[in-house]
Design a protein around this ligand. Sequence first.
Ligand SMILES: Nc1ncnc2c1ncn2[C@@H]1O[C@H](COP(=O)(O)OP(=O)(O)OP(=O)(O)O)[C@@H](O)[C@H]1O
Length: 349
Amino acid sequence: MFGRFKKSKSDKSASSQPQLSHALAEIKLPYCTSTIPEDWVTINGQEAVLTVPFAANEQILEPLRQHPELGKLNWVLRLNIAKLPNSQPELPMTFGNVIVVSSGKGGVGKSSVSVQLALALQQLGANVGMLDADVYGPSLPTMLGGQEEKLEINAQQKMIPHQRHGIWVSSLGYLTDTKDAAIWRGPMASAALQQLFRDTKWPRLDYLIVDMPPGTGDIQLTFAQKLPITGAVIVTTPQTVALADAEKGITMFRKVGVPITGLIENMSYYQCSQCGHRDAIFGTEGGAKVAHREQVPLLGQWPLDARIRSGLDDGKPLLAEHPEHQLSLMMKESASKLAAELYYQAQTK
Ligand SMILES: Nc1ncnc2c1ncn2[C@@H]1O[C@H](COP(=O)(O)OP(=O)(O)OP(=O)(O)O)[C@@H](O)[C@H]1O
């Protein structure tokens, strides 16, 4: 039997319970790899609630609203984001599901993708934090703004994260001169990073997005081994030189038991904002091929677009300024896939 059904006395139009159960069992929701579990649906008269355990927007309701029988009900989406297992079961997850965003190679847009995934998840209704773990070049204060504001430290010596565009952000860039961070040696940077992770007073979060330093060296390995991580997102351009490094990143995370939630191919093509012509300046489909070869979900192929860069340079990301822009919708689509993948991968573990 499906969900919790209550039929109100005044309700003459709603179909019978077995009919609805049957219809629900046949529906496939976007981003979902299984049919709708019973406990996701509550129907009370004409009011129907779908409760989803990951960040999602109303698009997920479309198949229900389009259905000839189910579409007669008034569907409402509710999120109850699940806290998923992490790579260090003995370490309790005091904040949300931790997603590290990593790239084997520098300059492929890892920080940009991290920021935009965090904003997109927030716009999908999640409470989101961001940790700038790119100790050698913390760029979140530039991309999210508020560079001049320093992090406050409370009486318990915990750092209070900044709130920028609806997400909570902690970055060494808000603490120290970025030039100082650039000369830190490996162990120093590694220790600073772990401290930033542990000693930030995060509010209750659904997701914590970590912008990792580029590469697969000691700092990245130590972080991946010592901290609780739910899943990793790999960012690459389609270029051959970036792909080999992306595969190294996938291997590193797998070695330490961190599941790869997906891959984003950034700068997949350049699209002229005047005439719309597309040019694959870094090659074609390289990231998609790696995703296929490594059996990693491809979460998106994002264009190289001046509007993405200029928003991030000004601390006013396109997603925050224009959430309904076509590029913003594309990023939210990737974030929806990410949230669902993270959930389903944890279920099949
Ligand atoms: N899809 C895109 N379209 C336009 N510009 C982009 C895109 N992705 C990234 N950029 C720009 O490219 C530059 C480098 O991006 P970013 O700092 O995110 O790379 P990174 O991989 O994090 O670099 P690093 O290795 O230094 O940490 C930034 O100026 C950013 O705004």
